[in-house]
Write a protein that binds this ligand. Structure first.
Ligand code: NAD
Ligand code: DAU
Length: 350
């Protein structure tokens, strides 16, 4: 019997983690703590919302009083922390929000856990979900390992790097049991369409321009979100205290090649002529400080804990496109309202 607070459980990756834990561990008590920002959506969890081992609590991790009383009332045994502002482009226009949620919010949780877990650090765990972006950018060769020095370039990655340092400091200073994982780019169902893959699928479907930053030569290492959720499960249950694991799909794609692949898949699925969707590709001004290449060496996770991705990128992308085509209502709901405003600002009305 364990009580686990999962923060950010109404977001993209968080909802997959919550679903996995609720379904796999009926004897655990799972609390989803989420502020429901523009990125949080309880529709992502409709299939498990009535499970007896699941509860949703709305709240802000930046609100210290709320977080302290949550720990007093619930007395959790563990935290799996995913709540964050997660979009690099938004961090360029509003850096302070990223400092508040990603840094101050994380320290609030650490403080509440430190107080609440005094005397039983060996029976509790703070699992911090982080990103490969803390390592900065790669040239043409090499991969990020757990030993790569931190070198963040965007306000988003700087805020995540800062939160990682705080988490490690709480292990070193107070002896808390902490674990961190740094994952590469995820894709899959429930991905908010401000990020490249769901935005491209949505635009191709609607015959809208597909914005590609710069020359489209930046490279990302894509992992199916359910494989990330499984990695978090494996690490949460098996990692030694203080450990860090990189998680990645060994699956590097140049943005332009990935967009062309999506165009080909959608031409077939939507009954369009070959090459029709690719005409939508539109090169736009590059992202400021755009990291060239990410690639994860996940061999530590494979060797020590036996995790490897379960499906190929082709299978995962096919599943993902099918999911977006079958879930038009979800897509219509999340792209109404504020999304329109954000989109116009980000892409200059294109
Ligand atoms: P997301 O933006 O889809 O979801 C974030 C969730 O956090 C939302 O439900 C939102 O409502 C919630 N939230 C935001 N601010 C909050 C606050 N102040 N208090 C409580 N809840 C708040 O993000 P995601 O893509 O699912 O990423 C989840 C985590 O995984 C983040 O920490 C991110 O840095 C990390 N990560 C993401 C990726 C990726 O490819 N998306 C890869 C590696 C790591
Ligand atoms: O690497 C892990 C990170 O991956 C996570 O920590 C972040 O939370 C997540 O958002 C993601 O960051 P990226 O910046 O890599 O993802 P995004 O989908 O925004 O962009 C992927 C690539 O596509 C990147 O090189 C920028 C480019 N891009 C993005 C958008 C939104 C475009 O060319 N056009 C676009 O419209």
């Amino acid at each position: 019997m364990q009580k686990i607070i999962i923060t950010g459980g109404a977001g993209f990756i968080g909802s997959h983690v919550v679903r996995r834990f609720v379904k796999t561990y009926p004897n655990y008590n799972i609390i989803n703590l989420d502020k429901l920002t523009y990125a949080g959506n309880l529709e992502n969890l409709r299939d498990i919302e009535n499970e007896p081992n699941y509860r949703f609590i709305k709240g802000d991790i930046v609100d210290l009083e709320f977080i302290n009383s949550l720990f007093d009332n619930e007395k959790p045994d563990a935290v799996i922390h995913l709540a964050a502002e997660s979009h690099v482009d938004r961090s360029i226009s509003s850096p302070l929000e990223f400092v508040m949620t990603n840094v101050v919010g994380t320290v609030n949780l650490l403080n509440a856990a430190r107080e609440s877990w005094k005397g039983r650090y060996d029976q509790t765990r703070f699992y911090h979900v982080s990103t490969d972006e803390v390592y900065g950018t790669l040239g043409e060769d090499g991969m990020f390992t757990e030993e790569t020095a931190y070198d963040p370039h965007s306000p988003y990655s700087a805020s995540k790097a800062s939160s990682d340092h705080f988490v490690r400091a709480y292990q070193d200073t107070y002896g808390m049991d902490v674990v961190i994982s740094n994952c590469s780019n995820n894709y899959g169902s429930f991905h908010f369409p401000e990020k490249l893959i769901p935005l491209a699928i949505n635009n191709i479907k609607q015959r809208k321009p597909v914005p590609v930053y710069g020359k489209g030569e930046n490279i990302r290492d894509w992992l199916w979100v359910e494989d990330h959720a499984r990695a978090i499960d494996v690490i949460f249950h098996n990692a030694k205290a203080g450990q860090t694991y990189n998680i990645g799909g060994h699956n590097e794609w140049k943005n332009i090649d990935l967009i062309n692949l999506l165009c080909t898949i959608l031409d077939k699925k939507l009954g369009r002529e070959a090459g029709e969707s690719a005409k939508l590709i539109t090169y736009v001004t590059d992202r400021a400080g755009h990291d060239l290449r990410y690639a994860i060496d996940a061999s530590k996770l494979k060797t020590e804990l036996g995790w490897v991705p379960s499906i190929t990128f082709e299978e995962g992308l096919e599943k993902t496109v099918d999911w977006y085509l079958a879930n038009e209502e979800w897509l219509a709901n999340v792209t109404s309202g504020n999304y329109q405003q954000y989109y116009k600002g980000q892409y200059n009305n294109r």
